[in-house]
Design a protein. Structure first.
Ligand code: UDP
Ligand code: MG
Length: 321
């Protein structure tokens, strides 16, 4: 028995690529249906993220033309991550497995086959990971790979070179729904859900048409969002820095006392310099300590689930023993 697949595609001003994307996704779904790998009722779900061009009109036309297409229209532009979430939750109510991908055909549509196979083998989350970035410009490649390294160093655990091309099962989406935080960074949250996961490699192509909606400025704020929403490690670095500077100041005090004893320094200079370092270090250290508490409050306020249960073994009458 095959399961229902939904492919969720967030779209913001994508009228240039949408017809081609729809054509390819339709072919993909029809192929999988014909092969019996997915059940009738499978769909492509476009999420219109408050586009200012004809994107929604195209989605409506596609839906009229073919029942394989459906759409969700957000009231205004809420950004890629929120659009994706809207699509995942909508699809999660209707599908057994949901694949999310960008509208610009940079994600290789053919990787869906392998993701679906992995799903049937028992994986709840399958990550699409770029095997190479040959087609990206040097600048994009360096900034993007630096992004993943920096993220991991600052405590936001993400899957290397994985964007938002992934398959999630219905219960994985139900798990995601329990993360109620508003500052959302899906790439960091999804690995927290757990379950069996797998990775499927694909080659990321160039944008088929239209322009990137992620210029450098948005990428930087996206990175900052990822780090600050997932981790309080930056605060810990402040604490460490304060501690290190304070240690340095102690060494300096000893050194200057020695110089002073040997009568080699200008009067007053050593004490001023030492207090600047010592007080600077102590201020940073105290800020870090206060920050640690704020970090705790921050994490508490997210109300994340402390665990998700995969399965409970119980008797037919419902009592576990
Ligand atoms: N996107 C969106 N809302 C936005 C910006 C982007 O839904 O505010 C969608 C966009 O239509 C595309 C995906 O997010 O399907 C990724 O955007 P893009 O391809 O421009 O990013 P890049 O691949 O250049 O990082
Ligand atoms: Mg793109």
């Amino acid at each position: 028995m095959a399961d229902i697949l939904y492919i969720v595609v967030p779209c913001y001003n994508e009228e240039a690529v949408l017809p081609e994307t729809a054509r390819r996704l339709r072919a993909k779904l029809e192929g999988l249906l014909a092969a019996g790998r997915i059940a009738p009722g499978s769909r492509v779900l476009f999420v219109n993220d408050g586009s200012k061009d004809g994107t929604w009109a195209i989605i409506q036309a596609l839906h009229r033309e073919c029942s394989l297409f459906s759409g969700v229209d957000l009231t205004r532009n809420r950004g890629h991550q929120n659009a994706l979430l809207a699509g995942l939750f909508t699809a999660g109510e209707r599908a057994d497995m949901v694949v999310s991908m960008d509208a610009d055909l940079q994600d290789d549509v053919d990787a869906v086959d392998e993701m679906v196979e992995r799903y049937y083998q028992g994986c709840d989350i399958v990550y699409g990971v770029r095997s190479a970035r040959k087609k990206d410009t040097f600048f994009k490649r360096v900034t993007a790979e630096g992004f993943y390294r920096l993220m991991n160093a600052l405590g936001a655990e993400t899957v290397f070179n994985h964007a938002d091309y992934r398959l999630m099962s219905r219960r994985a989406i139900a798990g995601l729904a329990q993360f109620r935080e508003v500052n959302l960074f899906l790439r960091g949250i999804v690995p927290m859900i757990g379950y069996n996961t797998a990775v499927v490699e694909y080659e990321r192509g160039e944008r088929f048409a239209g322009e990137s909606k992620y210029p450098l400025k948005k990428m930087i704020s996206f990175a900052a969002e990822g780090i600050t929403s997932l981790s309080v490690k930056p605060i810990r670095y402040i604490t460490l820095l304060g501690f290190a500077i304070f240690l340095v100041s102690i060494v300096m005090i000893l050194y200057f006392i020695l110089r002073w004893a040997m009568g080699e320094t200008v009067i007053g200079w050593a004490s001023v310099i030492c207090s600047v370092w010592a007080i600077g270090g102590l201020v940073l250290l105290s800020l870090g300590v206060i920050g640690e508490y704020i970090g705790k409050i921050y994490l508490e306020s997210k109300g994340r689930p402390r665990f998700l249960i995969r399965e409970v073994l119980e008797d037919a009458d419902g009592k576990a023993d």
